[in-house]
Structures are given as structure tokens and as C-alpha cells.
Design a protein around this ligand. Structure first.
Ligand SMILES: Cc1cc2nc3c(=O)[nH]c(=O)nc-3n(C[C@H](O)[C@H](O)[C@H](O)COP(=O)(O)OP(=O)(O)OC[C@H]3O[C@@H](n4cnc5c(N)ncnc54)[C@H](O)[C@@H]3O)c2cc1C
Length: 512
């Protein structure tokens, strides 16, 4: 018979690992179960030949450094999680065309003043509006950090502009500030990272990402995300937590309306509380009694407007020449066809024949000298694809389609950036939305949860935290949570919902 735990965390993704650390820190008898043989979810690595590949992380924002730690740096330090961070050298390089048809090729530096100077150089006359935008982004960043800590009234008094713009579409805020279209094109080049076009994406999300990227710079671990995940698991164990790998949760068990355990491939685990790093649609649709699914959740999943956010198509490559030999000078290059995110987002769901999907090219060696063996280079292309075109292909077509896309992105990078990696590929590996669906278990391979658009932005989700988690003893955590997608958001959500669960456990007691 399996012993009882105070808290079982299901899934060792980013949110799950932080939730487990928070529960162990609070002195709870905590078990973390993971269906795979290693932790991390998206935050992992895999090996082909002499290369270890980073599967997801381009950059982690709001880590900070010994001068000023950011929210994520503070979070890691609060659990004594030690990671060997490497600073990403520049903000990004954007290549393509501006909305007015003129060519775009700009490498944007880190640091607010340098970034604004580079904006003025690329789009003369934009300085004033972009500077205003930075003032607003600073207020949004400060307001975000106080979300959930201040009452709504206090938040509105202390950060009035944050309250006004947090849920507004990014494009609307930039228009209101008078930011010229070409400047919006350049500042908005990273919209794909948040998985929804700028006419829908809530300003608070884009603003936070861009502000931290520029102000505090971004970081990657020296040895892939696997390093972060291993460091977290090691600390969790040191703090008394238990981890079971190769253990899959199949069903959440209830005594009346209160959770009392989890049915897993290792048997039934009795517990007082479960924090599930699983997409809510799977939890509510497949893993618990229908009659206990909260009404609000039923309405949200029925709402046609709530859609899954980014689904990725990724080509990982290991090259037998160094980045320097291949003339790769930037860590991350955003290769756009057009700068109109609305058009580009629509194309995500169109078939390959369209041949115009934008792509991000990344070379890890530019940020970490340990990214691959000496004289080689490693990196990946990432782009968004809808699930449709991958749903109806035969196994033979699946392989062919993967290869056609991979070749197309290699050609496009050669044509637009002058970087020719084709002849030097020693290892290559392609992941489609179904690869992610199979590996992390999210519906349609959605790695970003739901679109963080205006009406469903973090401010709205945060305001609903108490009502959104009405099930006694069970809370979903992860990229579909209040803070939205990405590593930082999943970490913060994991901690926040773990704190909520700990508070409820103290107030209500556990399972009978
Ligand atoms: C190609 C790509 C590029 C990205 N780039 C960036 C980036 O540059 N910066 C950034 O911040 N974010 C990036 N992201 C997004 C980021 O990786 C995700 O949003 C985030 O990691 C999601 O974390 P999560 O907590 O929701 O967990 P997930 O990664 O979804 O992990 C969930 C875990 O739960 C486990 N699990 C699921 N069901 C069960 C079950 N029934 N029983 C046991 N275990 C289970 C899974 O195996 C998995 O380990 C990228 C993602 C991808 C794929």
C-alpha cells in the first residue's frame, strides 16, 4: 500500500517543479510524479551523435544578475537553485520587410538607451513615442510584480496606467502612443514568442517580455534547460521531497466533492491535494468526474474565442563548423516575410504550399561557448504551425512534409540572412506539433496554453484566481495558468498556485 502524501504534484514541467519546491519549502510531505524518465517537460534536452540539443528555450527573461536580481532570479534564489547562467549578447536581429515595403535588417542591442538609439536609427523620428512607450513598459513591469499582492483598488492607485493598458491589445497601445508603423514592426518582431498576433495579444504580456529582455537582458543556462531542471530536482530532494519518474497520473479520485488521491501507473496514491501540471482541458475532460468540473470551465472551453496558443514546428541542427566559420554573428534572428503579425498569424494555420511562414533562427554557441564541441555549432529553427496540416497526413507524407519544411527554412535563412548551414549539417532532428503533443501531453501540442489575448490576459486571469480554482483539493498549473506561457510565467504560476493550495489546506484541512 502506498503511503499518504500531503501534496502530489503531477508533472515535472517548469510549473510542476517550482510548485513542488514551494510545497517542500513549506514543510509538506510532497511527491512529484513525472511520466517520463527525466524532468523538465519542455525544459529538457536530447542527444544526437556528439550534440546535446536544447529543445525549447531561446531566452529566459527577468533572471537579472548579482547587481539586480529579477523576479525569476529571486525565485531561484529563494529555493537555493543554482544555475550557471549565460547572458544572451543582444536583444535580437530582425530581418525581412517593414510594413511600408522597405527592407528590414536591424540588430537590436540590450540596454534601454542603446535600444532606443537603435530604434531611432532604423526608424528616424520614432524616439519620442518609443521613449514614452518605455516609461509605460516600466510601469507595467512594476504593476505586474504587484499583481496578487496589492488589492485591485491599490493597484489602480499606484499603477494607474498599468490598470488602463494591461489588457488592451498591444497594437492599440502603440497606436495611442503615436508609435510609427515601422517602429511597431521592429519592436513587435518578437510577437511569435507569445504565440498570438499583436492586434490581439494583451499589452501586459508583450510589454513585460520586451522590457525585461531590454532592461535586464535575457539568459540561458550554459548546458541547456536540462541543467535548470536537474538543479531544481536536486534541491527538491535535498528539501525532503520525493520524485517518481516513469509514473503517469491517469485519474483524480474524489471522496464526495473532495479530492482524496491519484490513480497512477504505479498504483493509487492517497493525498490531500494535487497540483497538476497538465492542460485544464485534459484534467476536466478526461481525468475527473464530469459533475465536479466547474461551471466556469465548461463555459470557457465551450467559448469559441478561447483558442490554444502557439504550436511549434522546430528543426534542430548540429553543424560540423563553428558559428564563426559560418558567419553567424547573432544568437537569435527573426526572419519575417512581412511585419504584419495579423497576416503572419493567419498564415500559421495555412498549408505549406503558401511557403511564407516566418521563422526564428537560433545558434546557441553565440550565448554559451559550451553549447557544442569545439569547431561545431548547434541551434534550431522555430516557427508556429497550426495542427490542421499535420492531422491528415499519412506516415510517409509526415516524413516528407517534415523534410520539405526543414529544407525550406534552411534555404530561407541562406537567402535572407546569408547564413548557409545546409552543407554542414551533421545531425538534424525535426519536431512537429504532434511531437510536442506526444512528449509533454498537451492538446494539439500547444506549448503556450491558451492565447493570452486582450479579454483573457494575465490581469483578467489573476482577478479570477480564487474563482478559477474551485475544486476542493485539485488545481491545474502550467502555461495555461494565470500568468500565461513561457518559462518565467510557468515558474511564477507554479509558485502562486502552490501558495494558494497551501493556504486552503491550512484553512480547510485535507482529505478525510
Ligand atoms: C520550441 C519551443 C520554444 C520555446 N521557447 C521559449 C523561450 O524562448 N522562452 C520561454 O520562456 N518559453 C519558451 N517556450 C515555452 C515554454 O517552454 C513553455 O511555455 C513552458 O515550459 C511550459 O511549462 P509547463 O509548466 O506548462 O510544463 P510542460 O513543459 O507542459 O510540462 C508538463 C510536464 O508534465 C508531464 N505530464 C503531463 N501529463 C502527465 C501525467 N498524466 N502524469 C505525469 N506527468 C505528466 C509532462 O511529461 C511534462 O514533463 C518554448 C517552447 C517550445 C516547445
Amino acid at each position: 500500500m502506498i503511503q499518504k502524501y500531503d501534496i502530489v504534484v503531477v508533472g515535472a514541467g517548469n510549473a510542476g517543479m517550482v510548485a513542488a519546491l514551494e510545497c517542500a519549502k513549506a514543510g509538506k510531505k510532497t511527491l512529484l510524479i513525472e511520466q517520463h524518465n527525466l524532468p523538465g517537460g519542455c525544459a529538457t534536452s536530447f542527444v544526437r551523435g556528439r550534440f546535446e540539443f536544447e529543445p525549447a528555450l531561446h531566452e529566459l527573461v527577468d533572471v537579472g544578475n548579482t547587481n539586480t536580481w529579477g523576479e525569476i532570479g529571486d525565485l531561484m534564489r529563494s529555493y537555493h537553485v543554482d544555475v550557471d547562467w549565460r547572458q544572451v549578447p543582444e536583444c535580437f536581429r530582425a530581418v525581412g520587410t517593414f510594413s511600408d515595403g522597405s527592407p528590414l535588417d536591424a540588430t537590436m542591442p540590450v540596454g534601454t538607451d542603446d535600444f532606443i538609439d537603435a530604434m531611432e536609427e532604423a526608424v528616424p523620428g520614432c524616439r519620442e513615442s518609443v521613449t514614452k512607450c518605455f516609461d509605460l513598459m516600466a510601469e507595467v513591469a512594476n504593476g505586474t510584480r504587484m499583481l496578487g499582492k496589492l488589492k485591485p483598488q491599490e493597484l489602480m492607485q499606484q499603477f494607474p496606467n498599468f490598470a488602463a493598458v494591461a489588457a488592451a491589445p498591444t497594437e492599440d497601445v502603440w497606436n495611442a502612443l503615436g508609435v510609427p508603423q515601422n517602429a511597431q514592426d521592429l519592436m513587435g518582431a518578437y510577437w511569435g514568442y507569445l504565440g498570438v498576433s499583436l492586434d490581439k495579444l494583451a499589452f501586459s504580456h508583450y510589454s513585460n517580455m520586451l522590457y525585461h529582455l531590454i532592461k535586464k537582458r535575457s539568459y540561458i543556462p550554459a548546458h541547456t534547460s536540462h541543467e535548470i531542471s536537474c538543479a531544481m530536482i536536486e534541491r527538491f530532494r535535498e528539501m525532503g521531497g520525493e520524485v517518481w519518474f516513469n509514473c503517469r497520473a491517469e485519474e483524480f479520485l474524489f471522496n464526495g466533492d473532495r479530492l482524496c488521491g491519484v490513480k497512477t501507473t504505479a498504483g493509487v496514491i492517497p493525498c490531500d491535494y494535487v497540483l497538476a501540471n497538465i492542460n485544464p482541458d485534459i484534467i476536466y475532460g478526461k481525468m475527473m468526474p464530469k459533475e465536479l468540473v466547474p461551471e466556469r470551465e465548461k463555459k470557457l472551453s465551450a467559448a469559441r474565442d478561447r483558442k490554444y496558443s502557439a504550436r511549434c514546428f522546430t528543426v534542430y541542427f548540429g553543424l560540423n563548423k563553428s558559428a564563426e566559420e559560418l558567419g553567424i554573428k547573432e544568437y537569435c534572428i527573426d526572419v519575417n516575410n512581412t511585419s504584419d503579425s495579423r497576416t503572419e498569424y493567419a498564415k500559421v494555420f495555412e498549408p505549406f504550399e503558401d511557403k511564407t511562414k516566418s521563422v526564428v533562427f537560433l545558434c546557441g554557441n553565440l550565448a554559451s561557448s559550451e553549447a557544442s564541441p569545439k569547431g561545431t555549432a548547434v541551434g534550431f529553427f522555430t516557427t508556429m504551425h497550426g495542427p490542421e496540416e499535420w492531422s491528415n497526413v499519412t506516415p510517409e507524407e509526415y516524413m516528407k512534409l517534415k523534410n520539405r519544411y526543414a529544407k525550406y527554412y534552411i534555404e530561407k535563412t541562406k537567402e535572407l540572412c546569408g547564413i548557409d548551414i545546409g552543407p554542414y549539417i551533421e545531425e538534424v532532428c525535426v519536431a512537429t506539433p504532434w511531437t510536442f503533443a506526444r512528449y509533454i501531453g498537451t492538446p494539439e501540442g500547444a506549448v503556450y496554453g491558451y492565447e493570452t489575448r486582450d479579454w483573457d490576459a494575465m490581469s483578467a486571469r489573476m482577478a479570477m484566481v480564487d474563482t478559477d480554482y474551485p475544486i476542493k483539493g485539485l488545481c491545474p498549473i502550467g502555461a495555461a495558468g494565470p500568468r500565461g506561457d513561457g518559462y518565467s510565467s510557468a515558474y511564477v504560476t507554479g509558485r502562486m498556485i502552490a501558495k494558494l493550495a497551501l493556504k486552503r489546506l491550512a484553512e480547510e484541512g485535507g482529505a478525510q
